[in-house]
Design a protein around this ligand. Structure first.
Ligand SMILES: Cc1cc2nc3c(=O)[nH]c(=O)nc-3n(C[C@H](O)[C@H](O)[C@H](O)COP(=O)(O)OP(=O)(O)OC[C@H]3O[C@@H](n4cnc5c(N)ncnc54)[C@H](O)[C@@H]3O)c2cc1C
Ligand code: FES
Length: 1276
């Protein structure tokens, strides 16, 4: 939403903005700026038409961020546009289309901001006559409405009038909290004296989180936001003083102005603060969060406190009758989240000093993700030299993330006073920091060696930066010169201008305008998604007698339940009942393997295991009541990790095995054998819409209607029916759309649906539950962590002759889909390579974690990553270029796979050659080598990776689909099919298919929802096949209708569709038809090793280049080129959207997203603050996607191919490019032989990258781990 205060616009997070703080503020939401009923706002129109909205759940947030920027800056630069999205996340699109659409607002013009080199810029589209069939136009900016700032709503005059009226104290009394808005400083200090325990709330970005997610209660809240003294900015003789309530945004603006106006030597500190603010939260937080809030929160990982401490900032603290000014030094934070402030004191202001001649300042931060993330280590560093010398007069090195508070390394710095800025000082400071900033091996937050190394790396960067600046100022000085190959270590991270290209085949000349197949039609709901009109499950208005449900879950991984006490919960207002296994009228047994319970009865087998649920009148009361339920346990030994499971022989089912050839012979013939292992961490789905169900009992014969965010209407229906003990025909499950699914709503959505249905049954009222993010992450599982142990035999030429891989997956506490996931991993263990002698085995580890489940790729990416891992080791061992070894082993057309499926239409070699050419691979490889020679502390890597992804459900009977088509007498068509819409554009494609089949415009066709009452017994929308199978079913239904209309067409050949429909109706011909399709001849048996698992394969190739910062582990995705074979694309915009979205999700899997578990199996990463999905800043700066042309697929509807999952694995090109870059770093710094193998598990996070770049700093930071140490987190 956008808030307008005093006529300035800023965006804010609705969930953190207290309603009481909005007095005198005008609020604009996405619905307020435009609508499909009247006129869309240009921002809404552009995101919709540029294909920037898939599931649409993030779209209103994107729209409002852009809208706010335009209200303040109608002609923004590309950089300003990109910066305004630092706090927004999207899980579907891969961000490129959002940015491209919005860049058309940029002052510099065009989708890429007028980047003159970009031939494919929307402003610069010249057709290349030699490639007439390749089009780069996914949208036409000329169609866009112009932005007219004069048409925007004005600030409400009634609020404007209030601006000059004196403010009065305001008081809001809630059920448990009183909010007081003080109007003067005196009033504020009096209130603080009366209520010393009261919290001062300005932006609420700390307190809001503590109340909402940590369940903390602050009965009195005092807001000082209106008090002039706390908002004052004063430019004094020694520095700039900011009132404590100044927002970070306003501080940033003031400092930027100061930097522009003042001499450079005075603004060293300001530039350090600004650098820190660049990576501080997003716009929505910075526009409301205060500088005082950051200081007084006293977070050990505050980004600003180390900077202020190092700079020598001063704080003015007041209370009724007292005022003092204190330096912000190491005494200011006496303990964890403690400051020197007394209970009645408040922070009035902070003075940030000007720097002096001979003074230098830097700030550094390293987090898991660059944008909007909490630091692992953050610091401010300052040195002041004796006038005209390089002799240290003052040195301050202050750190966050290295203790329970912000600290200053003064033991180390004290020793350097009067020393010269040279190598000796560098070595002494590093040795000193390594000792002084020690972390115990079980330190909270983990990553102990990494964090310790960072402190040294940061100092090294500071040392070099100062050296560089001294070199400029004192060219004759004796402190030594900056080695030019070290220079890039001092560069601050810069975003390069984007360059995006999307190429696809145009429809053949002569294709009718009405036939939209092959055209980039925008997602049919995108305009409604952009205007906020699209209805998601939780948007359904509340029923009059509706109740709220909150789950009560286990806090232990494995335990007997001894007692459940609900007495405290019953005292919460609005409490209705507690539901548990005892209330179930049917069966408590559930799950795909009949191995789960709806509610745990005697025993819990994971943290997050559902034990019961409270039902109350509101969600807030439900949250409180759920906390009131007290459960006692008898703890049992738990198995958490794959290693634990192997040790304890704890598996689901027998070993799965697939093999071909003679392994023994293969290995005996091999010139060389390499063996090793690779661990691939799990991944949370992080769909933006969490699991949600509304169950409405109908009051008759056990009927119940459920509105669910699910990919699986069928299983939801059957699980609920089974639990209630009613036939399936009483249960109707309806899905309009989901805000993302990615596999997470294929089966695990039933955990919520069955509990909610039981509550609705018990109370007779509609019941709703939408999980909070932390509950969702804890309860519903994710992608399976995998461990692959491999042995590969190969010839000197790099040709593979034998391969054996043992795969282990962490399945969790139930079987769910784990067997299918492992089968798919086993069927993808070759990726694209012919291996004559091969054996793969798979074991599903039974552990005490929440059951892991389907996730885009379904085991395929894990199987293929292990393949590419050993492949890269083969290339390194042979000393051959990796691309040569990959190409040498690649299958050829007509080859048989190891599961005896013939490869027909095998286009990987074509994609490979096109990708090599379009990415200019060989020339760039030379450039990478040159860069690596010239840069000691930054390294680049380049890698090209293919993929082959099998299309079909591995459970043969699931390869079926149904459709239902109604033609009404006005000619309009209501289409229904078995698939659900979760952003992937399935409904849009189905409408395109029906339009082409019926030869009518798509505007006549509408899909309202998916429901078990229209198309029964549907397969889940999964396995990438939904377009193939539902599309074919839709086609069949259309053919039936066409056949029935045929006589009327013949009778009236010049008539219209409406004429024929009317004539048929009047002739009493049915205008409703079903369609059905089953994929022919698929099904593979792991028992008999016979049959064909896949109908066909989707292929693709990606080439990625990265740059790593060897000192911090940070990396930059410089460029990715993808060539993807999706057959004859049904809709290139949607398909490119799937390619980019899947790739970016894969980039998250392989480089960013890391789930941390405590040694007891408790998930520690339960929200966006600790679990980082890719943000805008993570996508490749140059992102070029091309759909392979002239590659029709005769096996699927209108020659198309499945696309949802296959591109995800291509992000492995980034993983292996990072590995290449690390190899270059290791070769330089640790004198490692370039042929030496080293371990890099997935994801390649900054921690793993930094630790793998072994050098003098990492060796100084090795922490001894005693055998009995219980680390903060462990791999599972
Ligand atoms: C999405 C998100 C991202 C974030 N990213 C970062 C980040 O990158 N780096 C970082 O360091 N922090 C980050 N934070 C933390 C937070 O935004 C900052 O600490 C912020 O500056 C807090 O300011 P506030 O006004 O919102 O504090 P509030 O929540 O309003 O108050 C915080 C505390 O300060 C006290 N307080 C406020 N003003 C005064 C005063 N004048 N005198 C005495 N006590 C006072 C309050 O009593 C309370 O205890 C993030 C938070 C969120 C939600
Ligand atoms: S479209 Fe952005 S989260 Fe789905």
């Amino acid at each position: 939403m956008t808030l307008i205060w005093g006529c300035s616009h800023f965006s804010a997070n609705a969930c953190l903005a207290p309603i009481c703080s909005l007095h005198h503020v005008a609020v604009t939401t996405v619905e307020g700026i435009g609508s499909t009923k009247s006129r869309l706002h240009p921002v809404q129109e552009r995101i919709a038409k540029s294909h920037g909205s898939q599931c649409g759940f993030c779209t209103p947030g994107m729209v409002m961020s852009m809208y706010t920027l335009l209200r303040n800056q109608p002609e923004p630069t590309v950089e300003e546009i990109e910066n305004s999205f630092q706090g927004n996340l999207c899980r579907c699109t891969g961000y490129r289309p959002i940015l491209q659409g919005f860049r058309t607002f940029a002052r510099d013009g065009g989708c890429c901001g007028g980047n003159a080199d970009n031939q494919n810029c929307c402003m610069n589209q010249k057709k290349d006559d030699t490639q007439v069939t390749q089009s780069p136009c996914l949208f036409n900016p000329e169609e866009f409405m112009p932005l007219d700032p004069t048409q925007e709503p004005i600030f409400p005059p009634e609020l404007l009038r209030l601006k000059d009226t004196p403010r009065k104290q305001l008081r809001f009394e809630g059920e448990r909290v009183t909010w007081i808005q003080a109007s003067t400083l005196k009033e504020l200090l009096d209130l603080k004296a009366q209520h010393p325990e009261a919290k001062l709330v300005v932006g609420n970005t700390e307190i809001g989180i503590e109340m909402k997610f940590k369940n903390m209660l602050f009965p009195v809240i005092v807001s000082p936001a209106w008090i002039p003294e706390l908002n004052l900015v004063e430019h004094g003789p020694e520095g700039i003083s900011f009132g404590a309530a100044c927002t970070l945004d306003s501080v940033e603006k003031t400092l930027k102005d100061a930097v522009a106006k003042l001499p450079a030597h005075q603004t060293e500190v300001f530039r350090g603060v600004l650098e820190q603010m660049r990576w501080f939260a997003g716009k929505q937080v910075k526009s409301v969060a205060s500088i005082g809030g950051n200081i007084i929160t006293a977070s050990p990982i505050s980004d600003l406190n180390p900077v202020f401490m190092a700079s020598g900032a001063k704080l003015t603290i007041v209370s009724r009758g007292t005022r003092r000014t204190v330096p912000m030094d190491h005494t200011f934070f006496p303990g964890y989240r403690k400051t020197l402030l007394g209970p009645e004191e408040i922070l009035l202001s902070i003075e940030i000093p000007y720097s002096r001649e001979g003074e230098f300042f830097s700030a550094f931060k390293q987090a898991s993700r660059r944008d909007d993330d909490i630091a692992k280590v953050t610091c401010g560093m300052r040195v002041l030299f004796q006038p005209g010398t390089t002799q240290v007069k003052e040195l301050a090195l202050c750190f966050g993330g290295m203790a329970d508070r912000t600290i200053s390394a003064f033991k180390t710095t004290r020793k350097q006073l009067s020393n010269f800025w040279n190598e000796k000082l560098l070595h002494e400071v590093c040795a000193g920091l390594a000792e002084e900033l020690y972390l115990p091996p079980d330190a909270p937050g983990g990553m102990v060696d990494f964090r310790r190394t960072l402190t040294l790396s940061f100092f090294f960067k500071f040392y070099l930066t100062v050296l560089h600046k001294l070199g400029k100022e004192h060219p004759e000085d004796k402190c030594g010169k900056l080695d030019p190959t070290f220079a890039s270590a001092t560069f601050l991270f810069q975003k390069d201008p984007p360059a995006n290209v999307q190429l696809f085949q145009e429809v053949p000349k002569g294709q009718s305008e009405e036939d939209t197949v092959g055209r980039p039609l925008p997602h049919l709901a995108s305009a409604m998604q952009a205007s906020g009109e699209a209805v998601y499950c939780d948007d359904i208005p509340r029923y009059e007698n509706e109740l709220s449900l909150r789950l009560v879950t286990s806090t232990l991984a494995h335990a007997k339940i001894k007692s459940i006490d609900i007495s405290e919960a019953q005292k919460v207002p609005g409490f209705v009942c507690f539901v548990s296994a005892d209330d179930i009228p049917g069966s408590n047994t559930t799950g795909l393997g009949d191995d789960e319970t709806i509610f745990a009865k005697d025993k819990v087998t994971c943290v997050g295991h559902i034990i019961g649920a409270v039902v109350t009148d509101t969600p807030e009361h439900a949250q409180r009541a759920a906390q009131g339920v007290k459960i006692t346990y008898e703890e049992l030994p738990a198995i958490i990790s794959i290693e634990d499971a192997i040790k304890n022989n704890s598996f689901w089912g027998p070993e799965l095995r697939i093999e071909k050839g003679d392994l023994k012979k293969g290995f005996s013939e091999a010139d060389n054998i390499v063996s090793g292992e690779l661990y691939i961490g799990g991944q949370d789905h992080f769909y933006l819409e969490t699991q949600c169900t509304i169950a409405v009992p109908k009051g008759e014969a056990g009927e119940m209607e459920l509105f669910v965010s699910t990919q699986n209407t069928n299983k939801t229906q059957s699980f609920v029916a089974n639990m209630l003990g009613v036939p399936a025909n009483r249960i109707v499950v309806r899905v309009k759309r989901m805000g993302g699914g990615f596999g997470g709503k294929e089966t695990r959505s039933t955990l919520v649906s069955t509990a909610v249905a039981l509550a609705a049954y018990k109370t007779g009222c509609p019941v709703r539950c939408m999980l909070d993010r932390d509950e969702d992450m804890l309860i519903t599982g994710g992608r399976h962590p995998f461990l692959g142990r491999y042995k590969v035999g190969f010839m000197k030429t790099g040709r593979i002759v034998a391969l054996e891989v043992e795969h282990y997956s962490n399945a969790g506490n139930s079987l769910d889909l784990s067997k299918g996931v492992m089968e798919r991993a086993l069927l993808h263990m070759d990726n694209c390579y012919r291996i004559p002698n091969i054996r793969g085995t798979g074991r599903l580890c039974k552990t005490n974690l929440s059951s892991n489940t389907a996730f885009r790729g379904f085991g395929g990416p894990q199987g293929m990553l292990i393949a590419e891992h050993w492949m890269s080791e083969v290339a390194v061992t042979c000393g051959l270029p990796a691309e040569e070894v990959r190409r040498k082993n690649m299958y050829k057309e007509g080859d048989l796979t190891y599961f005896d499926q013939k490869l027909e239409g095998f286009t990987v070699p074509r994609c490979w050659d096109e990708c090599l050419a379009s990415s200019q691979y060989h020339a760039r490889k030379n450039e990478v080598d040159k860069f690596n020679k010239e840069n000691c502390w930054k390294k680049r890597g380049l890698c090209i990776i293919p993929t082959k992804f099998g299309i079909s459900f591995l459970t043969p009977f699931l390869n079926q689909a149904g459709a239902l088509i109604h033609v009404y007498t006005d000619g309009s068509v209501l289409l229904t099919h078995g698939g659900t819409e979760m952003g992937q554009g399935l409904h849009t494609k189905m409408v395109q298919v029906a339009g082409k089949a019926l030869k009518i415009p798509t505007s006549k066709i509408y899909i309202s929802e998916t429901s078990t009452s229209t198309v029964p017994n549907t397969s889940p929308t999964a396995a990438s096949v939904s377009t193939d199978i539902n599309g074919q079913a839709v086609y069949e239904a259309c053919q039936t209708i066409l056949k029935r209309l045929e006589p009327f067409k013949r009778k009236n050949p010049s008539g219209s569709w409406e004429d024929w429909v009317t004539a048929a109706y009047q002739d009493a011909v049915s205008l409703s038809a079903t369609g059905f399709y089953k994929t022919p001849n698929v099904g593979y048996s792991f028992e008999t090793h016979s049959g064909k698992p896949f109908h066909y394969f989707t292929y693709g190739v990606a080439c990625s280049e990265v740059e790593i910062d060897c000192l911090t582990g940070d990396h930059k995705n410089l460029r990715t080129d993808i060539v993807m074979d999706v057959g004859s694309s049904l809709n290139p915009a949607i398909d490119i959207g799937q390619v980019e979205g899947a790739f970016v999700q894969g980039l998250g899997l392989f480089t960013l997203e890391e789930l941390h578990y405590s040694p007891e199996g408790n998930l520690l990463t339960r929200g966006p603050s600790t679990y980082k999905i890719p943000a805008f800043g993570n996508i490749p700066t140059e992102f070029r996607v091309s759909l392979l042309r002239d590659s029709p697929n005769k096996k699927a509807i209108y020659a198309s191919k499945a696309v949802g999952e296959p591109p995800l694995f291509l992000a492995a090109s980034i993983f292996f490019a990072i590995k290449d870059a690390i190899r270059a770093a290791r070769a330089q710094h640790a004198d490692n032989n370039t042929k030496a193998l080293f371990q890099l598990d997935s994801p390649a996070t900054p921690e793993k990258i930094r630790n793998a770049c072994v050098d003098k700093f990492t060796t100084l930071s090795v922490t001894d781990v005693p055998g009995n140490c219980k680390p903060w987190s462990r791999r599972v």
